[in-house]
Design a protein around this ligand. Structure first.
Ligand code: CA
Length: 454
């Protein structure tokens, strides 16, 4: 090969990488001077997610996860270390809620991330000063990262929709609108909880098929739903839809999301208007915003629609084909009962799925949500819908795994489950991996079921 071609090829590769949002913050060989971050399973220097934490003796403030530590961004903002050009974005990232950071959009966020990467990497001249701004994550309490103005839950996991549909309508599991319209409903923002907050079993109206009338009492079929959440960045003015080609500009990052679900209450209440009290008693999220920038290496093209499926309507179709609109994230859910904890038995992995199984992309959810002019705002949260694959080991809810409560499964230690029992801990985790890149994680999305109120 003539040597003159090589620089050209290199330039082309560099330009492809830039187009994919890749830069030196993603380099696999990059290491941090923070010892616990070196090859950390979730928070190596290539991740740098934003969150809100309280140190043992302090109030909530913005921070960045690095290994087993959290860098206090309010301390960094007060120091002159980052440089005056970062004053505004650092101020936004150091607050007790990160709505302003989300509102600023991708460009300042990316610049701050690059600056943090430089400060935290091996050889940083500011190591000693920064070391005094670190807190051990295990000593800190995490809050929600933003004030959530609106929470919307979608239904983009097609296999989940088929699995649930086949329990209700074996001959016709998927309703005819599914492949045209991203189905969703407005959830309740006030009951979104950070990981670790307990979840009280809801009371509500329940009616078994053989019962003539409903009764009011503790939910009998309490379930979880394994989802990812998307944090909205700048958003749109009322009446101004977000075009599909601009939708990614409004996705600041992702988290894990457990859409706790009271199946018996849901079955009785949902017709004709959809979910209500069966869903809005609690939604748990992982507390770190894993940024769109950190996730750049883990983008993929959206799975091809099966032969015979309709193409998305044009407002949901990006102008260019082959865009990396999907995320390649592996997600899993584990259960640990009270008896398992007593006996020292580790949490049992119930299932593992992939965000590649979503029928609609996050960009399509954003565009569809705003397509009628509805305004999305910084700090709004979108749930993907339950993510399930084709085999039972990848089903994202107990309703699917237990076939509507009819097939119990075994837990180590001798217990069985169909739905959740008081004292059960549900822990969700996620990893994004790709050869040639550092694996990053999301932190835990954890909640324990407490008994219903008398
Ligand atoms: Ca859901």
């Amino acid at each position: 090969m003539p040597s003159s071609i090589v620089p050209e090829k290199r330039t082309a590769a560099a330009s492809d990488a830039r187009a994919a949002g890749l830069d030196d913050t993603h380099a696999v060989e990059l290491q941090s001077w923070v010892a616990s971050a070196r090859d950390h399973a979730e928070f190596p220097i290539q991740n740098l997610p934003f969150g809100v934490f309280s140190p043992a003796d302090g109030s909530p403030r913005g921070g960045v996860a690095i290994g087993d530590e959290i860098l206090d961004l309010s301390a960094l903002a007060q120091s002159a270390l980052a440089g005056p050009e970062f004053a505004e974005v650092l101020d936004a990232a150091s607050k007790s809620s990160l709505n302003h950071l989300l509102a600023l959009g991708a460009v300042p966020r990316r610049r701050l991330r690059a600056r943090l990467s430089a400060l935290l990497r091996d050889g940083s001249p500011h190591r000693d000063a920064l070391a005094s701004m670190l807190h051990r994550a295990s000593d800190c309490r995490m809050s929600l990262p933003a004030q959530i103005g609106g929470y919307t839950d979608f239904y983009a996991g097609i296999q989940h929709a088929i699995n649930i549909g086949s329990l209700l309508r074996p001959d016709n599991p998927l309703l005819p609108n599914y492949k045209y319209v991203p189905i969703g409903y407005h959830g309740r923002a006030s009951s979104v909880l950070p990981s670790g907050a307990p979840v009280t079993r809801p009371n509500g109206q329940r009616k078994r098929p053989e019962e003539e009338a409903p009764s009011f009492g503790p939910c009998r079929n309490l379930d979880y739903e394994l989802e990812i959440g998307a944090w909205i960045g700048p958003g749109n003015a009322l009446g101004t839809p977000i075009a599909i080609d601009n939708a990614e500009d409004h996705v600041a990052g992702l988290c894990l999301l457990n859409d706790w679900s009271a199946r018996d209450i849901q079955a009785w209440e949902y017709q004709p208007l959809g979910p209500f009290l069966s869903k809005d008693f609690a939604t748990t999220i992982s507390p770190w915003i894993v940024t769109a920038e950190a996730l750049a290496p883990f983008r993929r093209t959206q799975m091809a629609r099966p032969e015979g499926d309709p193409a998305p309507l044009s407002y949901l179709q990006p102008r260019t084909t082959g865009r990396q609109d999907a995320f390649d994230i592996t997600i899993e859910v584990s259960l640990q009962s009270e008896a398992m904890r007593r006996q020292g038995i580790a949490p049992h992995r119930v299932s593992s799925g992939s965000t590649r199984d979503l029928y609609w992309t996050v960009a399509q959810l954003v565009t569809h949500h705003s397509s009628n002019g509805c305004n999305l705002q910084p700090g709004d949260l979108l749930g993907s819908g339950t993510i399930s694959g084709r085999d039972p080991g990848s089903f994202g809810s107990l309703m699917e795994i237990s076939r509507g409560g009819r097939q119990p499964f075994d837990l180590p230690g001798g217990e069985t489950r169909t739905y959740l029992v008081d004292g059960d801990d549900i822990v969700m985790r996620a990893r994004a991996s790709r050869e040639g890149y550092a694996t990053i994680g999301f932190g835990e999305c954890r909640g324990r079921v407490l008994p219903a109120r008398a």
